[in-house]
Structures are given as structure tokens and as C-alpha cells.
Design a protein around this ligand. Structure first.
Ligand SMILES: [Zn+2]
Ligand SMILES: [Zn+2]
Length: 370
């Protein structure tokens, strides 16, 4: 049968066993032996460490180099990432860089265009191997090479032997295995994979309307901040995914926190003007899409485009101001000049923000009227 040729039986069984044992095994175990506090603690602590191992380590650091870090960080986050059982850093980053480069095409390893299931887990289960390419920079790192060489023994020890040993300390090795290994791995597997499936399926497209990646605050809650996926695909080298200070992005907070101890440094951040530029371009794409899909009067389209045009002009003024003062020591300016510059910047920023809100409202109307 075709389906048996398409999927690798061994991988499919192993990947399915984690949720299967979690759903069946834990209720049976709890029914017979109850719960002790160490078990949910092992689950959550393990989930947080392995989750951050993927988002901070594998993703934002190793794949995207969105900040720099010392060797201590590389070894620690290599260990945390290994706990997630999502293959080696070299394989993961090779696939992920390809996902960004070839997004929404046939060459994207987990393209959402091939369906939700494929993007979520189907691509892992398929009888197909992915070449390791475009990661020569990572092959120079000792922690990465060590992990690649000892991947399976390391995985076995950290993800299975260690929780069982911890379980022995309080007399419940099976409970520790179920909560700290099986259930914990199920969570970290599927919530990471939701970034490839749901984050390309639900949410908004503020920064690039023409790609499948989407932003949503609720996905960020379960993915250590990776829910702001449209922003991420637009500016993959920014160490943040949620850019407003209150956006739930624990990965960004961890990187920032570690920077106070010089463990991480050179945190890359996209400028406000470039963010505005992306937002305006995305709106232009939305206008184009709406005018093709719905019947919109020409005067309405003209008004929309006029807003965009004026915003780009405001943006240019803003960029000129920033360029002029970028290499200028602001502290040498007198108080009045500094206030004047800030007032100007705020004024143009507000103008752009207002125009964006107006265009958004008008676009909602287009949809509602059709
Ligand atoms: Zn993606
Ligand atoms: Zn990425």
C-alpha cells in the first residue's frame, strides 16, 4: 500500500508512542498510585528547559545567529536542546534554514502548502532523509560537534536515564519516567511542531502579507514566545519574536537576562523605521489582494493608496532624522534641541500609526461591505 511506502514505520511508531503512553499510562498510574509534587515539577521544569533549548538555543542562536554567546551558553543550550529529542543541532538548523529560504515552496521541508498534518509531523514520519547543508558555520563549534557525535547516548542519558534516577530519589522511578520523560517529550514535541503548523495557519500578517507565517499572542503562550511568526519570518535575525515589551516572549527575556551577565551579547534588533516599512508594504499587499478579490470603487482604492503614499513620505522624514543623529552624541545636545528632535520623531511616528489604523479600518470595511 502506498501509505506504508510513504511513512517510515519505525519513526511513526516511536513518535506516536509518546502521546499514546501519556494519554493512557499517566491516568492509569495516577489512578493506582496518585501524584506526588515531584512529578508535575519534573514535567514543567523539563518542558521549560527543553522548550527553551529549542527556541533560544537551536532556533534563535544556532539557526539564526540573532545574538552572540559564549561557549558556556553553547554547551548548556546544546544539552537543553538535546532533551527535546528533535534531532541534532546540525540537522535541525539545516532543515530550519531551508524552511526560511524556501518558505511555502516544494523545497520547504515542512511546507504548510502540503497540508496541516505534513507541516506538523507528517514530514518527520515520511520515508525521506534530509541532507545536512548550509551549516558549515556550526560545524566549527565544539558543543555542536560533540552533540553530533554522541547524539543518541546523550539523548538516552539526559531524557530517560536522568528522570528515572531522580525518580529513585523519592521512590517512584516509573512515575518520574512517565511525567518527566514521556509526557514532557510529548509536550515539547507537539508545541514545537505547532510553530510549523498552527503558526502558519492562524493569526495575522502584519509584516508580510504574502507569506503563510502568522502572528498570534495565544500561540506565543505555549511556544515560549514563538507565536509571533509573521514577524519572525520577516526579520529572522532579530533576537525577539514579540517586539512590544509586553508581548509574551520568554525566549527573548532569557536572551536579554543572560546579556546582563555577558553570557549573551550583540543582540540584534531591527530598527523601528524598518518595522514600519514592512508594515506599510504588507498593507500594500493587502490592498492589492482585496482589490482583486472584492469589488472596490476606484476612489476607495485611491484613498487607501494615498494613505500609504503619505506614510512612506513620513517614514522618509523619520529616517532622515534618525540618520542625522545616529552618529551624533545626543548627550552633547542641549535640552531644547533634544526635546525638539524627540517631538519631531513622535509626531511622524504618530502620523504613520494613524495612517496604518485608518487603512486597516478601511480594509475591514471592504470585507464587510462585500
Ligand atoms: Zn515558519
Ligand atoms: Zn526561524
Amino acid at each position: 500500500m502506498k501509505i506504508f511506502n510513504k511513512f517510515d514505520l519505525k519513526t511513526t511508531i516511536i513518535i506516536s508512542l509518546f502521546p499514546f503512553i501519556s494519554i493512557l499510562g499517566i491516568p492509569i498510574y495516577v489512578y493506582n498510585y496518585g501524584i506526588v509534587w515531584q512529578e508535575p515539577a519534573l514535567l514543567f521544569l523539563g518542558w521549560i528547559l527543553s522548550g527553551l533549548g529549542i527556541t533560544v538555543g537551536y532556533h534563535r542562536y544556532f539557526s539564526h545567529k540573532s545574538f552572540r554567546a559564549n561557549q558556556f551558553f553553547e554547551w548548556i543550550f546544546m544539552i537543553f536542546g538535546t532533551m527535546a529529542i528533535q534531532k541534532s543541532i546540525l540537522q535541525w538548523c539545516s532543515n530550519h534554514r531551508q524552511h526560511h529560504k524556501k518558505l511555502d515552496t516544494d523545497k520547504d521541508p515542512y511546507s504548510i502548502k502540503k497540508g496541516f498534518f505534513h507541516a506538523h509531523v507528517g514530514w518527520i514520519l515520511e520515508n525521506k532523509s534530509f541532507p545536512i547543508e548550509g551549516v558549515s558555520d556550526l560545524k566549527k563549534k565544539k558543543a555542536v560537534i560533540f552533540q553530533d557525535r554522541y547524539y543518541w547516548p546523550l539523548t538516552l542519558v539526559i531524557s530517560f536515564v536522568l528522570p528515572i534516577l531522580i525518580g529513585f530519589t523519592y521512590g517512584r522511578p516509573i512515575g518520574a519516567f512517565l511525567w518527566g520523560a514521556i509526557f514532557r517529550i510529548t509536550l515539547v514535541h507537539h508545541f514545537t511542531w505547532f510553530i510549523n503548523s498552527l503558526c502558519h495557519f492562524v493569526g495575522t500578517k502584519q509584516y508580510n502579507f504574502n507569506i503563510s507565517a502568522r502572528d498570534s499572542w495565544y500561540m506565543a503562550l505555549f511556544t515560549f514566545g514563538e507565536g509571533y511568526h509573521n514577524f519572525h519570518h520577516t526579520f529572522e535575525w532579530d533576537y525577539r519574536n514579540g517586539i512590544r515589551w509586553y508581548d509574551f516572549d520568554p525566549s527573548k527575556w532569557v536572551v536579554k537576562f543572560l546579556s546582563y551577565f555577558k553570557i549573551t551579547y550583540d543582540l540584534k534588533v531591527v530598527s523601528d523605521t524598518n518595522i514600519f516599512k514592512a508594515k506599510l508594504k504588507s498593507l500594500q499587499q493587502r490592498i492589492e489582494f482585496a482589490t482583486k478579490k472584492y469589488s472596490v470603487s476606484e476612489t476607495y482604492i485611491d484613498t487607501l493608496n494615498e494613505y500609504i503614499k503619505k506614510s512612506f513620505q513620513q517614514l522618509e522624514i523619520l529616517e532622515t532624522i534618525e540618520k542625522k543623529y545616529r552618529n551624533f552624541n545626543v548627550s552633547t545636545l542641549n535640552e531644547i534641541d533634544r526635546k525638539k528632535i524627540n517631538f519631531k520623531k513622535k509626531f511622524h511616528t504618530r502620523e504613520i500609526q494613524n495612517a496604518i489604523s485608518s487603512v486597516m479600518m478601511m480594509l475591514v470595511n471592504v470585507k464587510a461591505l462585500n
